[in-house]
Design a protein around this ligand. Structure first.
Ligand SMILES: *Cc1c(COP(=O)(O)O)cnc(C)c1O
Length: 431
């Protein structure tokens, strides 16, 4: 009789894991306040007091700046829009190269293409999965103008080294911190470590407003450009009297405006961030303690001097300790565990690596963007083997999960540990 559920044995647990839901009474009250006011957004795409949005948006911006100790916060309708605005603000021109991690959500690199820039993919660090500064330096050419550093899984990149490289070669640094609100390097918050930082408020992130994003910077000029891009730049340039000299006359704007309802929800959510991250850390510590005793698993470390905010928890699969491969092992653990409520779209929140290295996606393999542009401006090709550490992690070694999300009780976490342990103890059944 098989013991493991993947082979037809009895599943360890059927009852779904609890949902992660941080939306409560205060958010409800905030939304009602806005609805009753009748002002669901007051943005105007002309040079006017309302160019910078309604009172909820502007209050959220003030509160965000105070919280993260940064001069400017600019609300947008998604982190994707925020990344687009950031790339636009630093003035990426057609053919400019921007060095970016391939192990990230697609928008980190798409933002570069939108402005005709060429994404150049640097390999990742073996321990932390962030862009590897050693790999960045090797890829710098006279066309390189910026680095897009992504605080992947909730861990800040090695900004001490990245900023040194940026200074040496006169590059701008954009920090995609969609996954790392409340993460820190030293006493500075992730998001404030480069020239521009971009946070996400989408449903899947630590705190959310359904959709939304916030761009932060300490640079007045970049902040102005981001605000222009958010709200139809070209329509206000004349009235504002901007000239060629200020390099603002040629800006194209979009509508990246956040609504008052989203901003009102985000203001409440921000007050919950610290607690949400602390619970994640507590759950990770509990899990890591027990999971690290399983010989085929190594808990990935946190960078020295950093606080991880655990959007995703990375675990390394030690192929040397076991005769089955990672995917088979994960399949077996998944078969023991239930789904998580409110995540009806996904099965067990346990993954084979993260997302496919971006340069292996059709967009890069076939170089099909705006017809061939901007790839037509470069001789670069994107090939399997470009970033060997990233590929090895994705296809062989990395296990990711989100089973530490607040709402999980000690008993729930114990079931996660029991599932991994059961599969390890009965690994011979998988051969
Ligand atoms: C979620 C995410 C984004 C995009 O966020 P949206 O708010 O959904 O646009 C960008 N980068 C990373 C790393 C993300 O995880």
């Amino acid at each position: 009789m098989p013991i493991l559920a993947v082979n037809g044995g009895k599943k360890l647990r059927n009852k779904p894991f609890p949902s992660y839901n941080t939306i409560g009474k205060k958010e409800e009250e905030a939304v009602l306040r806005v609805l009753r006011s009748g002002k669901l957004s007051t943005f105007l795409g002309t040079w006017h007091d309302d160019f910078n949005g309604g009172s909820e948006v502007q209050e959220l911006e003030k509160e965000w700046s105070k919280y993260f100790r940064v001069k400017h916060s600019i609300c947008v309708n998604s982190a994707t829009s925020g990344l687009y605005a950031a790339v636009g603000a630093i003035g990426i021109k057609p053919g400019d190269e921007v060095i970016v991690s391939p192990y990230t959500m697609s928008a980190s690199a798409t933002a570069i293409l939108l402005y005709g820039g060429i994404p150049v993919f640097a390999d990742i660090e073996e321990d932390y999965f962030c862009i590897d500064p050693k790999s960045i330096e090797k890829l710098i050419t006279n066309k390189t103008t910026a680095i897009m550093a992504v605080d992947i899984f909730g861990q800040p990149c090695d900004f001490d080294t990245i900023n040194k490289i940026a200074k040496k070669y006169d590059l701008k640094v954009i920090e995609d911190t969609a996954q790392a609100p409340y993460a820190k390097l030293g006493d500075k918050f992730a998001g404030t470590l480069g020239d521009i930082g971009v946070f996400s408020l989408n449903y899947h992130k630590h705190i959310h407003a359904g959709e939304g994003g916030i761009v932060v910077t300490n640079d007045d000029e970049l902040a102005l450009k981001i605000k222009l891009i958010r709200n139809h730049a070209e329509a206000v340039i004349d009235a504002k009297g901007y000239t060629h000299k200020e390099e603002l006359h040629n800006m194209l704007g979009f509508n990246y405006r956040m609504t008052e309802i989203e901003a009102s929800i985000a203001r409440v959510q921000l007050t919950k961030l610290k607690n949400v991250v602390e619970q994640r850390i507590e759950n990770i510590n509990y899990l890591a303690n027990k999971l690290s005793t399983i010989p085929c698993l190594t808990i990935a470390p946190t960078r020295k001097n950093a606080t991880h905010s655990y959007y995703i928890h990375p675990i390394i699969f030690n192929q040397d300790m076991i005769t089955v491969n990672r995917n088979k092992f994960i399949d077996a653990v998944k078969a023991e565990l239930p789904k998580t409520l409110l995540r009806d779209d996904s099965d067990v929140l346990l993954g084979y690596g993260y997302c496919k290295p971006l340069y292996l996606q059709p967009l890069y393999q076939e170089q099909i963007c705006f017809d061939k542009y901007p790839f037509s401006l470069t001789n670069r090709v994107y090939s399997k083997g470009d970033c060997p550490t990233c590929e090895d992690m994705h296809y062989n070694k990395l296990i990711t999960h989100e089973l530490m999300r607040p709402g999980m009780t000690k008993e729930d976490l114990d079931d996660v540990i029991k599932a991994f342990t059961k599969v390890w103890n009965n690994r011979d059944e998988l051969i």
